[in-house]
Design a protein around this ligand. Structure first.
Ligand SMILES: Nc1ncnc2c1ncn2[C@@H]1O[C@H](COP(=O)(O)OP(=O)(O)OP(=O)(O)O)[C@@H](O)[C@H]1O
Ligand SMILES: [Mg+2]
Length: 335
């Protein structure tokens, strides 16, 4: 059997750590044949190394190479999968925005962080992982459109300034609800991570999570285990209480928490400039304490002056988002 046929067979193998096939995740990094030694040399990535999953994966690969395809020797190297920039070959920093409770401003925070990065000339990708409640296209004021594909069938995200955005909204008809679950949902989300042709200079990808700690959060954990999390809460106890749970869930899954952003912290009364704490106070700090992390910022309530949901640098919220970007850049390992 030749190498192309072997590759096809290997691509059918399911990685038990994320239930995705080797083909779906383009995990084969190197496949060659050493004629002198009659040896297949294979380098392949998997979601998570270790434990029973790695043992099973190794067994399945060896079965395909030796039994199904009849090669006598196999030199196998496994590595943990990372999503790399196609040109620089540097791994990309994934920043996830989570909250627990809905409606606290996750999408607004995700969009404004990406927008400020973009304004600073940083190439940034945005993944709208809130498949059912997708709102980023509206926040970015992007008219409905379908993405195109390149020659390698990679999805070309929608470009706005230095941002590239991918959302289920672009794959459905306007107003049509998404009614997928299980495998289809997992496969859609995995396409967003593996099959998008990001700009070659992309350093950061911001992921807007759905509220709660459901299936999508688990799927993303298996796809990009190295996603770092920012937790959004309001000052109100009802939000902070659930945010702590979401943070603990993320930690249990092995994600690092970069910090907490308290949104809708106060309203500046235009008459007397007093900070009115409409939604109570203390939520942000209690989440930060509960998760042993930092309260990065407190964002006031206020309608943006220039856009529907995005703040510019001449607004207090815009300045705060700029500081959040500084914080993220400083924290990220991959510069
Ligand atoms: N600081 C703020 N000041 C005023 N309005 C805000 C602020 N932050 C968010 N909003 C508004 O609150 C609403 C909810 O925000 P957003 O959609 O970002 O929340 P979410 O957590 O993503 O919600 P969901 O859980 O439904 O995805 C939006 O209408 C948004 O414009
Ligand atoms: Mg949202």
């Amino acid at each position: 059997m030749n190498l192309t046929e072997l590759k096809n067979q290997l691509e059918q193998i399911i990685d038990p750590s994320n239930d995705l096939s080797v083909g779906e995740t383009s995990s084969i990094k190197n496949l060659s044949y050493d004629e002198k030694k009659d040896l297949i040399i294979l380098k392949i990535a998997m979601g998570h190394l270790g434990g029973e999953n790695e043992k099973k994966f190794r067994r399945d690969i060896a079965r395909v190479v030796k039994i199904d395809c009849g090669y006598s020797g196999l030199q196998l190297e496994l590595e943990e999968s990372k999503i790399f920039n196609s040109i620089t070959q540097k791994p990309i920093n994934f920043i996830g925005i989570i909250s627990g409770k809905g409606g606290v401003g996750k999408s607004s925070v995700a969009a404004n962080i990406a927008y400020r990065m973009s304004k600073r000339g940083i190439r940034v990708g945005v993944i709208d992982a809130d498949v059912y409640g997708s709102s980023l296209p509206t926040i970015f004021e992007i008219p409905h459109q379908n993405p195109h594909f390149d020659d390698n069938k990679k999805i070309l995200p929608i470009v706005k300034d230095n941002m590239e955005i991918i959302s289920t909204e672009f794959f459905t008809n306007p107003g049509q609800p998404v009614i997928w679950r299980g495998g289809m949902l997992n496969s859609m989300i995995s396409h967003f991570f593996y099959d998008v042709k990001w700009h070659d200079d992309t350093q950061y990808i911001i992921v807007d999570f759905p509220p709660g700690t459901g299936d999508i959060t688990l799927d993303i954990k298996s796809i990009v285990p190295q996603t770092k999390m920012l937790i959004v809460t309001t000052p109100h106890l009802s939000a902070s209480h659930v945010a702590i749970k979401a943070g603990h869930a993320a930690k249990t899954l092995g994600h690092e928490i970069y910090g907490v952003i308290e949104n809708m912290s106060y309203f500046i009364n235009p008459i007397n400039n007093q900070h009115e704490k409409i939604f109570g106070e203390g939520g942000g700090i209690s989440v930060a304490k509960g998760l042993e992390t930092e309260l990065i910022a407190q964002i006031p309530i206020g309608a943006p002056k220039h856009h529907q949901d995005l703040y510019e640098i001449d607004e207090l919220q815009g300045k705060i988002y700029d500081e959040i970007v500084d914080y993220i850049i400083c924290k990220c390992e991959i510069k």
